[in-house]
Structure formats: structure tokens, C-alpha cells
Design a protein around this ligand. Structure first.
Ligand code: PLP
Length: 435
């Protein structure tokens, strides 16, 4: 075992700050998923490009990217300049400004098939806005979502997100405080199964307002849609008078500038964007066909929010998109993602470790103990999570910071130097697990 492998990853300062935090901040973390992260919820001092600096003196190569948004890393000069310039002109107006239509026009330019846009702050909010638009437009109430998909933390949609193999395919609340009445209009179906969708349309004829899907199941092991599946969903929605909604909170501005609209050529009625859209600032958007916004424009429904369209986030989004738009940026990120997967497969093959990586370009997942690509979230339940947990801790000791669920996010500031760090850390991690 190498010296580095024996090295202890000290979290003394993080643990101390977490204990203090718990005395004032419920849970000691600001989002539930950060609570049980081993070896402790880490406290960070600052971030620079693809690196994070924690309070115990570690410089960590970051493939979490803030759970996705930091597609340009931290402290990016273009975002800093845009935000700094806007700061001196105003934080928020609660009224109109040029930045709103400028960004809306830019989105229409880069997102194929998009004719209208609305802004909000988080993915959770934008999903709700899309569901409301769909219900108001169709005059129907039922919403179809799929097992293992995450669309934010609100009661009507946070069902059948994390499951046990024996759980039935029906809306299963994710936590306490979710009264059944609040998800009574939500139908849950297996993903990658158009026959199940056709059945639902038959069974609930004239009642389904919309279907919402992550186009790549990034929150459930990065399963990919089967050829024709996404197009099939959109067509079934059109045939049955329902609205198709692609939740591109993760994939938007990440797998391509135009997300799956660009790389799969599919045109859902509505798409939801957040995370990478503003490179790390809070901004979300619903974008799609003009007709799908009709109920908003004719006053049948409303969309509101104090911070909607705030100029700081919009300035960050314009800078992010213009930076991502430069030639070669996506090719570079995709090549980096593939290179990491090649490294992982090369070292796992050498050590006889059974695993598979699944995903697309800049977002992929690693699953231990299986070697067939999972088609659905349920298939991922066969993976060996404990092996991943050990791998993740070994990677942390090797200086690489990963998410607890096996997902990797690649960004524009990850380069060859970072690949070398990953290579050494992966080799060491497999060496440890073998020894
Ligand atoms: C696909 C998807 N939709 C919606 C959300 C909710 O976004 P937010 O956390 O910004 O509310 C997330 C968050 O991870 C997501 O991954």
C-alpha cells in the first residue's frame, strides 16, 4: 500500500464546525442530502476553478460541482465580471429590466424549438411552474412521473424517488409531512417503457395534464433513454392532448448547450432548466413552445416570485452561456468525462473489480457489482453501494471529492492535470480495495 493510501483524511476542523453548526442550524446542514455524508459534512473555505479548499487544509479536486451548477468551476472571471458589473447597478428591482429579454432571447437562440421563457430561482419552483402551466392549459389535473426521477422537494412530485426493490410502482412518499391528498393526482410509471405510458393514457383518458421526465435519469444512476423513447413520449403526449415536460435541471447546459433538445433532436412542449444555467447562482427557467404558455398569457393562471428575473442571476447566466458557447468547450468537457470513465474501467479491469459507468459526457454514474447498463432506476438497486462508499472515501484520501451517490459532474475547468490526479487516485482506491 502506498504512503498516500495510508494517509488519514483529517476532518477534525469540519467536525468541530459541524458540531457548532448543529447547535443553531437544524441538522447543521442546509439541504437534507448533505447530512449523512462520510466521513463528515465537510466545511469549505473557498473554491478556485475545479478545486475546493476545506477547513482542514485539504485542496480537493471537485467532481461534485455543487451538485451540478458549477459548470465553469468557482471564481470564474467571466461570471465574476458580469456579476460585479451588475452589483453596482442594482441587486433586484422587482420590475422589468433589459437583462430579462436579453437572456430570454439568448435562450431562444441556443435552445432548439424554444419560443417563450419564464424565470424563477430554483429547479423545484420551475418544475411547479411547468406543472401549473400544463394543468391550466389542458384543464386536466393528473401528472405522470417516473420511478427514481427527482423533480424537487415539493409534496406533489417527491414520490417514488428512492425505493426498495419490493416497493410497488405507485406513488410512494419520500418523507414525513407528505399528506396523500397532495400527491393524489400524481401517477407513477416505470421509465423507458412506452407501453406503460400508453396504458396510462387509456386508463385515465382525458385526465392526464402532463408527463414529466428527466431525459437522462441523472438522479437515478444516469440511466439513458432507449432509442426513440423520448420522442415516443412527446408523440404520445401530442396524441392524447397532454403536455410533455423534460426536466433538464441537470442535463440543460451540461450535456450540450441546448441540452437534449440539441443532442437528441427532441422538442418537448416545455423544458425546465436550473443548475448549470447560471453557473452557480440561483436561477431557473421554463422554456418551450409559445402555445404551452397560453394559459399564462391569457390570464388563466399566474407565475410569480419576488426574485424572479433578478439581474444578478441573469447576468451570471449570460456570462455562463457565452462562455460555454465558445468553440470546443463541450467537446473538451465530453472528452474529459470519457477519459475519466476509461481510467476507471482500465483500473477496474486490471484489478478484477466488477463495475459499470453509465451516463452521457459531463454527467455519469459509477455502479459497483453490476456490469450491465441499468435501464431504469430499479435496475440500479442491484448495485453494491457499500463498495462505492469505500471507493469514494479512498478517492477523498487521494484528493478527489465525489458525490455520495456515484454521480460525477465534469466542468469546463477540468483538464489534463486533473486527469492525472484522477488516474492516481483511482489506481490507489482499487489497490486499497484489493488489498
Ligand atoms: C432533475 C432535477 N429537477 C429538479 C431539481 C430541483 O432543483 P433545486 O434543487 O434547484 O430546487 C433537481 C435538483 O437536484 C434536479 O436534479
Amino acid at each position: 500500500m502506498s504512503a498516500a493510501a495510508k494517509q488519514i483524511f483529517s476532518v477534525a476542523n469540519s467536525s468541530q464546525l459541524h458540531a457548532r453548526s448543529c447547535r443553531a442550524l437544524a441538522l447543521g446542514v442546509s439541504s437534507g442530502l448533505r447530512r449523512h455524508i462520510a466521513p463528515a459534512p465537510l466545511f469549505f473555505e473557498r473554491g478556485e476553478g475545479p478545486y475546493l479548499f476545506d477547513v482542514d487544509g485539504h485542496k480537493l479536486l471537485d467532481y461534485t460541482l455543487g451538485w451540478g451548477p458549477l459548470i465553469l468551476g468557482n471564481n470564474h472571471p467571466a461570471i465574476n465580471a458580469a456579476v460585479t458589473a451588475q452589483l453596482s447597478r442594482g441587486y433586484t428591482f422587482g420590475a422589468q429590466h433589459r437583462g430579462e429579454y436579453e437572456l430570454a432571447e439568448l435562450l431562444i437562440d441556443v435552445l432548439p424549438g424554444v419560443e417563450r421563457v419564464i424565470f424563477s430561482n430554483t429547479g423545484t419552483e420551475a418544475v411547479q411552474a411547468a406543472l401549473r402551466l400544463a394543468r391550466a392549459y389542458t384543464g386536466r389535473t393528473k401528472v405522470v412521473k417516473f420511478e427514481g426521477h427527482y423533480h424537487g422537494w415539493l409534496n406533489n412530485i417527491l414520490v417514488s424517488y428512492r425505493l426498495k426493490p419490493a416497493d410497488p410502482c405507485q406513488p410512494m412518499p419520500a418523507c414525513g409531512g407528505q399528506p396523500e391528498a397532495e400527491y393524489a393526482e400524481t401517477l407513477v410509471l416505470p421509465w423507458n417503457d412506452l407501453a406503460a405510458v400508453e396504458n396510462a393514457f387509456r386508463q385515465f383518458q382525458g385526465q392526464i395534464a402532463c408527463i414529466i421526465t428527466e431525459p437522462i435519469l441523472a438522479n437515478g444512476g444516469c440511466c439513458l433513454p432507449e432509442p426513440g423513447y423520448l420522442q415516443g413520449l412527446v408523440e404520445l403526449c401530442r396524441q392524447h392532448g397532454a403536455v410533455s415536460i423534460f426536466d433538464e435541471v441537470i442535463t440543460g447546459f451540461r450535456i450540450a448547450l441546448g441540452g437534449v433538445r440539441e443532442c437528441e433532436g427532441v422538442r418537448p412542449d416545455l423544458s425546465v432548466y436550473a443548475k448549470a444555467l447560471a453557473g452557480g447562482l440561483a436561477l431557473s427557467a421554463v422554456a418551450g413552445r409559445a402555445e404551452a404558455f397560453q394559459a399564462l398569457e391569457d390570464g388563466r393562471t399566474i407565475h410569480a416570485g419576488t426574485y424572479n428575473g433578478n439581474p444578478i442571476s441573469l447576468a451570471a447566466a449570460r456570462a455562463t452561456i457565452e462562455t460555454l458557447r465558445a468553440p470546443g468547450v463541450f467537446d473538451g468537457m465530453h472528452a474529459h468525462g470519457q477519459a475519466i470513465r476509461d481510467i476507471i474501467h482500465c483500473h477496474s479491469a486490471a484489478r478484477g473489480v466488477k463495475l459499470i459507468t453509465v451516463g452521457l459526457g459531463t454527467v455519469f454514474s459509477i455502479h459497483f457489482g453490476i456490469d450491465q447498463a441499468p435501464r431504469t432506476y430499479r435496475d440500479t438497486l442491484a448495485a453494491d453501494d457499500s463498495q462505492y462508499r469505500r471507493f469514494r472515501l479512498a478517492m477523498l484520501r487521494g484528493g478527489v471529492h465525489l458525490l455520495p451517490d456515484g454521480r460525477w459532474y465534469v466542468g469546463a475547468t477540468h483538464g489534463d492535470q486533473e486527469l492525472a490526479i484522477v488516474d492516481a487516485a483511482v489506481e490507489q482506491a482499487f489497490q486499497e480495495s484489493a488489498g
